[in-house]
Design a protein around this ligand. Sequence first.
Ligand code: NAP
Length: 254
Amino acid sequence: MAQKIGRRFEGKVAIVTASTQGIDLAIAERLGLEGASVVISSRKQKNVDEAVEMLKNKGLEVFGVVCHVSNAQHRKDLIQKTIDKYGKIDVVVSNAAANPSVDPVLLTRESVLDKLWEINVKATVLLLQEAAPHLQKGSSIVIISSIAAYNPQPAMFIYGVTKTALIGLTKALATEMAPDTRVNAVAPGSVPTNFAAFITKDEAVRKVVEEKTLLQRLGTPEDMAAAAAFLASDDACYITGETIVVAGGLPSRL
Ligand code: NAP
């Protein structure tokens, strides 16, 4: 991939949350390969260290900070350490999500509803409040939603609803942060990561999911990274408030 891609993020500083594995690690790698100084983060120091090492071994400029997105001090540290090291922020990719319950909506405990709201929606707002004073003119935010935003699925209905909320949040922030900062979202389809292991580990389930897509396959983290990098880059300089669905043709739109 390194040979095929451009250098759209030369001189830019990008923060990618929840980025020590899966989709956002691929996004961090893509932004780094295209020239960004990338700040990665997640809850566990060991995961941060390993991901930093992996990306450095690929020749990327990368810095790691522990950040549990629902911890106020961690969010503050993530932004402050980025500013101390690189002096500005050009791109924020907000990614973290939880899906702690498979209960039907009407049986979901209040504590679970609170956790879903806190991690999947509120943390993005609070992180951007912290980042806002440092965002450059021409900066770009990418929020990771989901195909489930359009069609919430049984066993993950409320998760889907939080992802629908992110589409609304994307539009609201795009209005509020224009014209200096663009805000867009990516809505991934099914991607075989730890998060989606329940879909992709079981061969029979995986086959059903694959066959539902027009392209007859699951997505890859790199597919998602390509879309996120496009939205974050100046190639998308006249796009804001939008969500790109990257789901192999699964039915979307509200
Ligand atoms: P993943 O492979 O399981 O990776 C999750 C990453 O997030 C890890 O680096 C994890 O590291 C970190 N993390 C988890 N909770 C966190 C928290 N509270 N604060 C900070 N970091 C946290 O997940 P993924 O599949 O890439 O999912 C990424 C995003 O894509 C999510 O928003 C998800 O909703 C969305 N999505 C995924 C799919 C799919 O099929 N995979 C489909 C649609 C949407 P630590 O354990 O060290 O914290």
